[in-house]
Design a protein around this ligand. Structure first.
Ligand code: NAD
Length: 396
């Protein structure tokens, strides 16, 4: 951290040429290591290389290109109007790097959650210390290898480890912390940062409700929900967490969901190449406890040895059920039916603010009502997760 601060203070990271050359160097390294990157995540939780490319690596390339193209524009000082009292002076906003940054990532999208903020940090002229999650050991190790063997530690450095190492890092003074992970650890980060008055970005989790209105095209809705829910084995922060389905179309919609699961993951999902496994036994046990077998209408089977849980639909769920008390973060899809939209909106609002919210429907009035009455991070109408890929939209 000291040598990074010294390097930052030397102004070496600030020129646009330096920033762009480092981004280009990183892009080349990514290309050279693609095979190893895919194989590490397969070893960690059997995510396929196709899914890995679409959900992470492709987006990282896009992020690098986008930053190389725009960073000069973003970094330019911007002239603003001057008030009468200061005339004839001129007024500017001058963007500046923050200094030494700390980026702490979660395991579920281990590459983009570290490299995304790292690309932003480089683009803005900072140095960075990166801390991958210890739960995905193989990806953590390839990330460390790519960065530590190719960049000077005074500019970029990966520190591997778990709670002890992160706690030690948090005792140090940084100029910015970017954290992705659970709300519980988010609190630990914010408390530690407060000691140094260090600015923090927290990318946390939560339950993301998904409305299915009777006005939607049911088949398309089923297709998009099954893809989004079971992507990465359901371990996606912005996955549809549970469905709120209008009662008049519920049974028809459930049949479509089942057909779609069979189509994407085959009638025997344990053999599906497209279904990632649960990250570890602790999370596996946690998820199993959330399955109320009496209410399971599809799936429900699991295998501890393989850390496999089948894509599972749970019907007749109420907001009091166990599965509704925490972010699911696994391949379980609870269905809550409603007749009165006002009731459904009220229930969502009585729970913590959703990270994402999805509405499947074609009734403009109802869509607007949901959007206007519920506050949420990001979302989509008649789609799920895809808003995340649009870099013109803010994320988080
Ligand atoms: P986590 O909070 O357990 O761990 C995240 C990071 O914090 C890891 O690097 C870990 O080593 C570190 N950590 C864990 N305990 C710590 C402690 N006591 N002190 C200091 N550091 C500690 O989260 P996870 O299980 O890796 O990821 C799952 C969570 O992340 C879910 O809630 C998910 O929704 C969320 N998430 C959010 C986004 C987003 O962009 N909003 C993206 C992915 C995941």
């Amino acid at each position: 951290i000291e040598i990074q601060r010294e390097f930052f203070n030397s102004n070496a990271t600030k020129s646009f040429d330096f920033r762009i050359s480092q981004l280009k160097k990183f892009k080349t390294l990514l290309k050279e290591n693609e095979e190893a990157i895919h194989s590490a995540i397969y070893k960690d939780f059997k995510r396929s290389s196709t899914e890995n490319y679409t959900a992470e690596i492709g987006l990282i390339y896009h992020e690098i290109n986008n930053c190389c193209k725009n960073l000069k524009k973003w970094g330019k000082r911007q002239k603003v109007k001057t008030n009468l009292l200061n005339m004839p002076a001129k007024s500017y906003i001058i963007p500046e790097p923050l200094g030494v940054t700390l980026i702490i990532g979660a395991w579920n999208y281990p590459y983009i959650l570290l490299f995304g903020p790292m690309i932003a940090a480089i683009s803005a002229g900072n140095t960075a210390v990166l801390k991958p999650s210890e739960l995905s050991l193989n990806t953590s190790s390839i990330i460390a290898k790519i960065i530590n063997e190719n960049f000077e530690p005074r500019f970029l450095k990966v520190i591997e480890g778990g709670i002890a190492e992160t706690t030690e890092l948090l005792n140090q003074k940084f100029d910015k912390i970017f954290f992705t992970g659970s709300p519980a650890v988010g609190k630990v980060i914010l408390k530690a940062a407060a000691e140094h008055l260090c600015p923090v970005t927290l990318e946390l989790g939560g339950k993301s409700p998904t409305f299915i209105l009777k006005s939607t095209k049911l088949k398309i809705a089923a297709k998009r929900i099954v893809w989004a829910k079971f992507l990465n084995g359901g371990q996606t922060c912005v996955a549809p967490d549970y469905l709120l389905v209008e009662n008049s179309i519920k049974s028809q919609f459930i049949e479509m969901l089942k057909n779609e699961i069979k189509r994407i993951h085959s009638p025997e999902p344990i053999k599906s190449e497209a279904l990632a496994r649960i990250i570890n036994a602790r999370h596996f046990e946690r998820l199993i406890k959330l399955i109320d077998q009496k209410k399971v209408i599809y799936g429900g089977d699991y295998n501890l040895q393989d850390l496999y849980i089948a894509p599972t639909i749970i019907d007749n769920v109420s907001f009091e059920d166990n599965v509704m008390q925490e972010e699911i973060f696994g391949p379980l899809l609870p269905i809550i039916e409603f007749e009165d939209l006002n009731w459904a909106i009220k229930q969502v609002k009585e729970n913590p603010k959703p990270l994402a919210l999805y509405i499947f429907g074609n009734n403009r009035k109802q869509i607007n009502q949901i959007q206007e009455e519920i506050s949420f991070g990001g979302g989509a109408i008649n789609d799920a997760i895809m808003h995340f890929t649009n870099t013109n939209l803010p994320f988080g």
